[in-house]
Structure formats: C-alpha cells, structure tokens
Design a protein around this ligand. Structure first.
Ligand code: FAD
Length: 524
C-alpha cells in the first residue's frame, strides 16, 4: 500500500496576487505613483519567493544564542544569530524597508505617499522575514526620533545616516529599551537613572531593562530619568545607547512563545555611555512618542500582512486538499470560513493603510488635521489589527487541520508569532486607555465615526470613572470597527471595485451590526 503524502501549500507572488494590496496602492498612490513603485515591489516579491523564505526557515530553525564568556573567561556577551537572520538584515537594507520614507528621491517621487509604499514593502517582506520586522520597526522609530530638529546634528551624522542606509555594509538597526520588570505599561515606575559625565557631553545610565528585542542591534533608544528630574512618566528622557560597550551587560535571552529568531534580552546598564536625544532638562516622553507611534503603525502593518499571507496559504491549500468527496476549496462551509477571514483582512489592511497615509501627510506636508487624526488612529490601528491578527491566525492553523499543529509544516508559528502583536508597544487595554485619554483631551475627534460619537463623548466627559474605564476596551473596539466600516465604504466608492464593495458590505454587517455573513462570504 502506498502512503499518501498531502501536497503542501504553495505561495503565489505576494505582490501580484494580492488584490487588497494592489487596490489600495492604485487608490492612494494613483496610477502613476503605483506604476513608479511596481519594480521595487515586484523585485522584493521575487526575493521573498526565492531566498528570503529559505532564510526565514533557517532563522526559525536556528534561534539566537547568548555567549556570555569567551574561552579565556573574558566577559563578551555576544549574541550569535543564524545566517538566515543575516540574510533578512541584508534584504531589509537593500530593499529600503526602513530607509524609503527618508530617501530624498523617494520623497520626491511619492510625496506623502512614500509611507504607503513603505507599508507595501512591509506587507510583502514581513510575514516570512523571521520577524526581522521587529528591528525594522524600531530602527524606523529611532530614525524618526533622530530626524527631529532638536537632535544634535553630530548625533544625526553618526547614527541617523546609518539607520537609513540602504548599503548592508553600513546599515544598522536599533533596539528600544523602555520596559522594566516592575513596569512595562506603567513606565512611570522606571528606575533607570541618567547622570551627566562631568566635563563631557556624554551621560551615564544605570538600571535594568527587562525586554530588549533585537539586542544584536548597534544601538538602542533607552528611557531613563535624569538625576533630579521629577517622578512620573513625562519626565523620562530618551537616550541613545551604543550597544557595544562594557556598560551594557546581558543577563540572558528570553525563551519566548514566538518571534523566536529575534534575540530579546534582559539587560543591565552599569554607567553605560549614552547620548541624550533632545534637551535632557526637558521632559522627554513626548519626544519618545515619535518613535512609539512609528512602531505601533508597523505593528498594524505587520498584523495585516500576516493575515494576508496566512490566508494566501489557506486558499492555496484548499485547492489541494480533498474533503467529503470534493476539493476543500469547493466546500461551502470552508469557503464561508475563508471568506469571513478575507473580510477581516480587508478591514485590517484598510486601517493600517489609513494610518500610514496619515503618517506620510504629517511628515511630508505638516498636515495638522492629519496629525490630530493620527493621534487617535495610531492606538486604534494597533489594537484592532492586533486582535484580528490573533483571531485569524488561530483560524488559519485550524484550516490545515492537524498539519497546522505540527512544527515542521512551519504553520504553528503563524499563531505563536501573532500573539505578540497585541502585547508589545501597548496591550489592548493600555491602548484603549490611551484612546480614552485622547478623547478626554479632545484629540483625534475627527476620526470618530458618527455612529459612535455619542458614546465617545459620554466617555470623554468622565474618563476616570470606574464604569468608563471598565468599558474602555469595548469603546475603542467600537470606534475602530466603525472607522474601518467607513474606510472600506470610501474605498469601495472611490475604486468602484466589486470585491471592495463586498468587503465593505460584509465588514459592516458582521462587525458593526453583528449579523451573519456566511452565504455571501462563501461566494468570495
Ligand atoms: C516578544 C516581546 C518583545 C518585546 N520587546 C520589547 C522591547 O524591545 N522593548 C521594550 O521596551 N519592551 C518590549 N517588550 C515588552 C512589552 O512592551 C511589555 O511586555 C508590554 O508593554 C506590557 O508590559 P508588562 O509586560 O509590564 O505588562 P503589564 O503592564 O504588567 O500588564 C499586565 C496586564 O495589565 C494590563 N494593564 C496594564 N495597565 C493597564 C491599565 N492602565 N488599564 C487596564 N489594564 C492594564 C495589561 O493589559 C496586561 O493585561 C516586548 C514584549 C514581548 C512579548
């Protein structure tokens, strides 16, 4: 008797075969703008289909290792990573995944749409980058922070130029060290201190950082409290810390549920040399938010990207797997399952695309209404897409039956890796409280859709009451869900595309009105 071997799912070109992505690019960039991006996106997609997926598997199978001492007992704290991780690093630099929005030529070509093109790069590159998207996000955040006018030009010359280099021999990435063991969300409890090094422009940081991802990066942006600064979170100041110095010691690498190729360390700072980013005498949390907004947007883009890639594999697999006497792809119930997932993907992409569009307008044209909108859209995008990504990943794994649960299919990591999306850079609850804070200050109100405006106003009137706080997550999800419904409606009307109209109709029905969409979803 021959042993049946199920044909594995295959991946089609992740750019050409993604109508959600190409539909948004046509609309946001216009036909000429999209045409100008085509070569760049097609070249990246070809690399993903070729060497990058192999590199991804290599990095997944060979997680990083901390070598604390050399053979002679000298403390080295060296992190060894796989060749696949290095391949991903080189690709990120060459394809300008971080650099694009900072390149003068790209800015001239796409104007504020340059962030939209960057989102497209992330969408294609991210899902099988062995989570190199993590250092990419933090490097972009650090680059945005270092681009601020108050940053010392000498610091910009030395560090910013390398963060945004497309030459793999020059390019560096960055970490961000905010979380301490006693406070991740509540950074007001930070105990890392900073003191000036007499007679120099250098400062010295001492403290403990609990979650330092991409610890193999050449630098990090760390939050610390300058000596004499008041308590609280606002008075914390971002410092640039070169990684390779005796004052930075690694206790250990985290043994994580997912994102295993990313080396995440617990770090001791002992009089570590650091450079203040901006005036250390001025409260610095606002400056740090430049970085945090960027990483939150990357999180949203990566959530949508993971959803698209997972669905692509599920759809392909459904054409290869037989159930109940026919192709899984022809089974009405399975089709309805995949169709509903496609609607969620369309919603997540719309919100991430809106956020990147706003960011581009803020950065390139100083658009103040866009900045105000982004204040609310950034936390909403991160929280809603993170939740959708985890729920979808669970379904994706289930779509493969038992194979989805078996490590060497490569599928279980879809779920493991998704779970970080709602945790880091603000959990769902923390972001919901942030949304409430913005509403109470009257920020971002233009982004609140009309059907949830009364609920938002009522919460904003009494944001500290236990009842309002208890309902903050529901409110944030409701605002985000309605916003997506409006974005999908606008997109469908602007493009006239039939599938976009179905996405808009089914999102509103399923997510806003909470009605069943199975029959129409099965037709997608
Ligand atoms: C894979 C991974 C990589 C990471 N990389 C980094 C990194 O590179 N740099 C870095 O600085 N950090 C990093 N983090 C840390 C991450 O940002 C924190 O874990 C996260 O912010 C939550 O903080 P915490 O762990 O202290 O949890 P806590 O803040 O203790 O949260 C515990 C629970 O309390 C809830 N909660 C907290 N505050 C509130 C509130 N006000 N209202 C209601 N509920 C609340 C949370 O939602 C959560 O459910 C990483 C985390 C992970 C998992």
């Amino acid at each position: 008797m021959t042993r049946f071997a199920q044909p594995a799912p295959e991946l089609a070109d992740p750019y050409e075969s993604d109508p959600v992505l190409t539909g948004w690019l046509d609309r946001l960039l216009g036909p000429d703008g999209h045409a100008a991006a085509k070569d760049r996106l097609a070249t990246l997609a070809a690399d993903v289909l070729g060497p990058l997926r192999d590199a991804h598997h290599d990095a997944e199978n060979n997680p990083p290792r901390l070598v604390r001492y050399d053979g002679w007992g000298r403390r080295v704290d060296r992190v060894e990573t796989s060749p696949g991780w290095e391949t991903q690093r080189v690709a990120a630099a060459r394809h300008a995944i971080v650099a694009l929005p900072y390149l003068p030529e790209a800015r001239r070509t796409w104007g504020s749409g340059v962030r939209t093109v960057q989102q497209a790069l992330l969408h294609i590159y991210g899902p099988e980058s062995a989570t190199f998207t993590c250092p990419v996000a933090m490097a972009d955040g650090a680059a945005a922070l270092l681009s601020r006018p108050e940053i010392d030009p000498a610091v910009q010359e030395r560090w910013l130029t390398r963060l945004i280099s497309t030459d793999p021999d020059v390019a560096i990435t960055s970490g961000q060290w905010m979380t301490e063991s006693q406070g991740g969300s509540d950074i007001s409890r930070s105990t890392t201190t900073a003191r000036p090094d007499e007679g120099t422009r250098t400062w010295r940081l001492t403290g403990e950082k609990w979650f330092c991802s991409a610890i193999d990066s050449a630098m990090a942006v760390a939050l610390a409290r300058p000596a004499g600064a008041a308590d609280g979170s606002r008075t914390l100041v971002p410092f640039l810390v070169p990684r390779d110095q005796p004052g930075v010691r690694l206790h250990r690498l985290k043994d994580k549920l997912g994102t295993r190729p990313v080396p995440t360390a617990e770090v001791a700072l002992r009089d570590a040399e650091a450079v203040p980013l901006g005036d250390p005498g001025e409260p610095g949390l606002r400056r740090m938010m430049t970085l945090v907004v960027i990483t939150r947007l990357h999180n949203a883009a990566n959530s949508a990207a993971g959803m698209a890639r997972g669905l692509a594999y599920c759809r392909d697999y459904a054409t290869r797997r037989t159930v109940a006497g026919g192709r899984l792809a022809d089974n009405p119930l399975h089709r309805a399952t995949l169709g509903a997932l496609e609607v969620d993907l369309a919603g997540a992409f719309a919100l991430a695309a809106h956020a990147f569009d706003l960011l581009g307008r803020v950065e390139l044209t100083g658009d103040r209404p866009a900045a105000d909108r982004l204040r609310l859209v950034a936390p909403l995008a991160k929280l809603l897409t993170g939740k959708l990504a985890v729920a979808s990943a669970s379904e994706y794994v289930e779509c493969f039956g038992g194979a989805g649960f078996v490590e060497d299919t490569g599928l279980p990591r879809l779920l493991r890796d998704a779970q970080v999306l709602p945790i880091w850079e603000g959990t769902t609850n923390v972001l919901s409280v942030d949304v409430l804070r913005a509403l109470a200050r009257g920020e971002g109100l233009a982004a609140v859709p009309s059907d949830v405006r009364d609920a938002a106003a009522a919460a904003a009137a009494d944001p500290a009451s236990p009842a309002v706080l208890a309902g903050a997550r529901q409110l944030a999800l409701a605002i985000g869900t309605s916003l997506v419904a409006d974005l999908l409606d606008e997109h469908a009307a602007a493009t006239g595309a039939e599938r976009a109209a179905v996405h808009a109709r089914l999102w509103r029905r399923a997510r806003v009105e909470r009605r069943d969409i199975a029959t129409e979803a099965a037709a997608l």
